[in-house]
Design a protein around this ligand. Structure first.
Ligand SMILES: CC(C)(COP(=O)(O)OP(=O)(O)OC[C@H]1O[C@@H](n2cnc3c(N)ncnc32)[C@H](O)[C@@H]1OP(=O)(O)O)[C@@H](O)C(=O)NCCC(=O)NCCS
Length: 410
């Protein structure tokens, strides 16, 4: 088994092999190669696993993203993608070989974080990835969708005036130009757990709606000066209005967009896809029970490739000291680190002090963005706490200013 890098020339075979791993056939791209999710693949970052007679049987790739860390700090992160092994070659270690090769290569490029979305939750923990952000769906019957918040009167003929003094206008996806890209970019820089969406994704329509050019209406919110600061991409089908994503640069904008879709005529229910855990929208409904949460699932999985760099890159909202004993069985590595958080930043240095917590790399990935409390993983038997108070301190230290959330699909 040989693992080799791909080039642009390999694109067709790469896409065919990957689709075969999923038992599917690729769609036909639009003229110019866009309109399909794989249009944004970075072929110089991807891998083939080849048999001895030169046939590709496995694929893995990486995108160049930025990930926003607690403290609203965007840093580079490799977005692992396009992972597949032909059904005829499974469970012989092909994926393990590709993962090992890829992690080594990412480190050689100087990357310290990699992230992915897992098709199945059983696959990636062994490679050091841990589920780090979560997402859910909120369904609200329209007749119960009143918000317990005052509304501002609208002027006939003018765009709807939102409760925050801004306006909401409905555009078709194709009319949005670069509005969505710009708003998304402002939003993701201030949302822990969010990923960048590089320009080529929008330009090529590579991804899920509203990044793709699938027909959608988009409610665009503008502030009092007319600057776009939020949008909700949606479609109505058989009385259900489904919002693909609600992107808002602050909570008041989110509320204005939520009110807008909840007041849509000829709709029996509104489904908000990708609502972050603990989002305040349910609390804004006059009827708290009207919002039904479903589809709660893990989204972004995180792996640290360099523990001190990763821990010093994020912001810390509390002062404190923790000794972490970190095991990385997949790479056969082990390290003990003294983490000292002070005034929003941290130092992280090797130490031989007694540990407060022992954990493996996938658990460190889970707690890293503040989306999973260390105490939950202690109670689950994943992390070991070596002294009373260590769990409480770790919870307080790792917590982000608000739950990390990612809704970018890749
Ligand atoms: C998931 C997939 C890539 C695994 O490839 P593979 O070459 O069979 O994986 P490996 O042989 O290297 O497996 C390594 C270990 O992971 C386990 N494993 C791999 N896939 C697993 C799965 N889907 N569920 C449970 N365990 C799995 C193997 O049993 C093996 O365990 P072991 O070390 O205890 O023997 C392959 O099954 C596949 O292409 N599936 C369909 C597409 C897909 O889901 N891709 C992932 C997209 S995120």
């Amino acid at each position: 088994m040989e693992i080799r890098s791909t080039t642009d020339k390999d694109l067709d075979v790469f896409v065919d092999t990957l689709h075969a791993a999923f038992g599917r056939f690729p769609e036909t791209p639009a003229e110019g190669g866009g309109g399909v999710w794989w249009a944004a693949l970075e072929m110089d970052r991807n891998l083939f696993a080849m048999t001895a007679d030169g046939r590709p049987v496995g694929t893995a790739g990486a995108y160049s993203f930025e990930l926003t860390l607690p403290g609203d700090i965007p840093v580079p992160a490799a977005g692992v993608t396009a992972v597949g092994v032909l059904p005829s070659h499974r469970r012989r270690g092909v994926l393990s070989a590709m993962m090992r090769h890829q992690l080594t290569e990412l480190r050689a490029r100087g990357e310290f974080l990699s992230v992915l979305l897992a098709s199945e939750a059983l696959i990636y923990r062994r490679f050091g990835y841990g589920p780090a952000t979560y997402t859910q769906r909120l369904t609200v019957p329209r007749h119960q969708g009143a918000l317990a918040l005052p509304r501002v009167r609208t002027t006939a003929g003018a765009p709807a005036t939102a409760s925050d003094g801004g306006t909401v206008e409905v555009l078709r996806r194709a009319e949005c130009g670069e509005i969505l890209e710009e708003v998304y970019d402002r939003y993701r820089r201030a949302q822990p757990g969010a990923l960048s969406r590089p320009h080529r994704w929008w330009a090529l329509g590579a991804g899920q709606p509203p990044v793709s050019s699938a027909p959608r209406h988009v409610a665009v919110h503008r502030d009092a000066c007319g600057v776009p600061d939020g949008y909700a991409g949606y479609a109505v089908d058989a009385g259900t209005l489904t919002v693909d994503e609600t992107i808002a640069t602050d909570d008041a904008v989110f509320t204005a967009l939520a009110r807008f879709v909840l007041e849509h005529d000829l709709v029996t229910q509104v489904v908000f896809q990708h609502v972050p855990p603990e989002h305040p929208l349910r609390w804004q409904l006059a009827d708290l029970r009207a919002g039904e949460v479903s589809g709660v699932t893990d989204w972004l999985w995180v792996r640290l490739l360099d523990v001190p760099r990763a821990l010093t890159a994020r912001g810390w909202s509390m002062d404190g000291e923790l000794v972490l004993d970190v095991d990385d069985p997949f790479l056969g590595e082990h390290g003990r680190y003294l983490l000292t958080a002070r005034d929003g930043k941290a130092d992280c240095v090797p130490t031989d002090r007694e540990p407060d917590l022992s954990l493996d790399m996938s658990d460190l990935g889970s707690v890293y963005l503040g989306g999973t409390a260390p105490s939950t993983l202690i109670r689950a038997g994943h992390i070991r706490a070596h002294r009373p108070g260590a769990a409480t301190l770790a919870d307080a230290l790792f917590r982000a200013e608000r739950p990390p959330h990612c809704l970018h699909w890749f």
